[in-house]
Design a protein around this ligand. Structure first.
Ligand SMILES: [Zn+2]
Length: 410
């Protein structure tokens, strides 16, 4: 076991009982995330192995097995680790890479945001938009994504759309689950997870003392692609008496006709009222790992009051939740007779080279690099806030303990 601390006595004031740090997760709460995401990646690699996609399995297994961190002086009492070097696999479904990719997008966006707001000056606000279409069979996902992309293009080229001065749009795909009540003698379909019918039943069931273990969740073959977008409008947009304002009904009508469908799609539009982009105590580093995998209006894990920041975080997150990729909430085989590894392999083929981010209008000059092919150094990012202290820590991934372990201090 290596104790790194004696190597840097001039930096840290040691006391006799100082804790020996053996694993990356011993260094701080944020450093634990490396283990969590690497474990997901290992699960994804074994699913690809089952699907006989050994190229992706091997690449993901080799992703970031060594991490080199630099020690950073965050302020007078606090030290942190900043990733300095690593090799990543860049497989689109690798969770470790996905996590870092979402951090990269957020870092880029939050860096340009103050400049963009300063350049725009007063008189602008943001909207947060969600556009959906009906669930599709996994085999039809690629076509569905093409149809949605063509629909967005038609929508954004319409004359009325000039009211929106800029946009950033991302694609999110969620997996669908069927919920059954399942006791010794009964198997009853309750509803599709996430629907009102399911929630109404589930909360009534729990309130009546129902046994949660009798509620079973089965994945289906269906996928649910949808768009999140951040739109820029002028203050005058909110004069609802003017035709330039898009009511919810107009959004629904325009999206329905652009998508050329005969049902009413779910559309959600919300004004992002405050322009308080930069909160004093919150650094960009603080914002990168916030999870908003909860309803948008619920509090995120960190209390961020800025609606604008929350909207950016919601827009720039994973394209697919890691739990959906590995079928994590599922303890049963799929209800329609296929397995998680097949879902992942089919999904991989359906989304191959599909663009995840589009930008337009005034956002374009600020955000043009968001969806470019990324290198290792893009995922590593810059050193952020705080001074580097010239000390580096080398960690290696160990499958036996599912942790990054400290190898050396340089
Ligand atoms: Zn990777």
């Amino acid at each position: 076991m290596i104790n790194p601390l004696p190597n840097i006595p001039h930096i840290l004031e040691l006391d006799q009982d100082v804790e020996v740090k053996e694993y990356l997760s011993d260094f701080g709460a944020r450093d634990k995330l490396w283990d969590i995401h690497k474990i997901y990646s290992q699960k994804i690699a074994s699913l690809y192995e089952s699907a006989d996609n050994l190229v992706y399995a091997d690449r993901i297994k080799g992703c970031a097995n060594y991490l080199k961190f630099a020690l950073k002086d965050l302020d007078t009492n606090d030290y942190g680790l900043k990733l300095a070097a690593a090799h990543f696999c860049h497989v689109p479904q690798c969770q470790l890479c996905n996590w870092l990719r979402s951090r990269m997008w957020r870092r880029r966006f939050f860096k340009i945001l103050p400049q963009m707001l300063a350049d725009l000056g007063d008189g602008y606000q943001f909207l947060f938009l969600t556009l959906t279409a009906r669930n599709c069979e996994l085999d039809g996902l690629r076509q569905q994504l093409k149809d949605m992309s063509a629909a967005w293009k038609r929508l954004s080229e319409r004359k009325d759309f000039v009211t929106f001065k800029g946009f950033t749009r991302t694609t999110e795909i969620t997996r669908n689950y069927d919920v059954y009540f399942h006791d010794a003698s009964t198997l009853r379909f309750i509803g599709r997870m996430g629907t009102r019918k399911y929630y109404d039943w589930f909360y009534a069931f729990l309130a009546a003392g129902g046994d949660r273990d009798l509620v079973r969740v089965y994945p289906t073959r269906e996928a649910h692609p949808h768009y999140h977008a951040l739109l820029l409008v002028e203050d005058s947009y909110f004069d609802k008496s003017k035709s330039s304002y898009w009511h919810h009904s107009k959004w629904m009508h325009e999206w329905k006709s652009a998508l050329r469908i005969d049902y009413d799609p779910y559309v959600h539009i919300k004004a992002v009222k405050s322009f308080d982009a930069v909160e004093e105590q919150v650094s960009i580093d603080d914002l990168l790992d916030i999870s908003l995998d909860v309803d948008f209006d619920q509090q995120p894990k960190k209390d961020i009051s800025s609606q604008l920041i929350k909207s950016v975080l919601e827009t720039l997150k994973y394209c697919v939740k890691p739990a959906d990729i590995v079928g994590e909430i599922v303890t049963h085989p799929c209800s329609d007779g296929f397995s998680n590894y097949q879902w992942l392999q089919d999904f991989t083929e359906q989304v191959y080279r599909v663009r995840k981010i589009a930008t337009g209008g005034l956002f374009k000059s600020y955000l043009k690099d968001l969806d470019k092919d990324e290198s290792d150094s893009d995922l590593i990012g810059d050193s952020g806030e705080g001074d580097l202290l010239g000390v580096e820590y080398l960690f290696k991934w160990y499958n036996q303990v599912n942790k990054y372990k400290l190898l050396d201090v340089i």
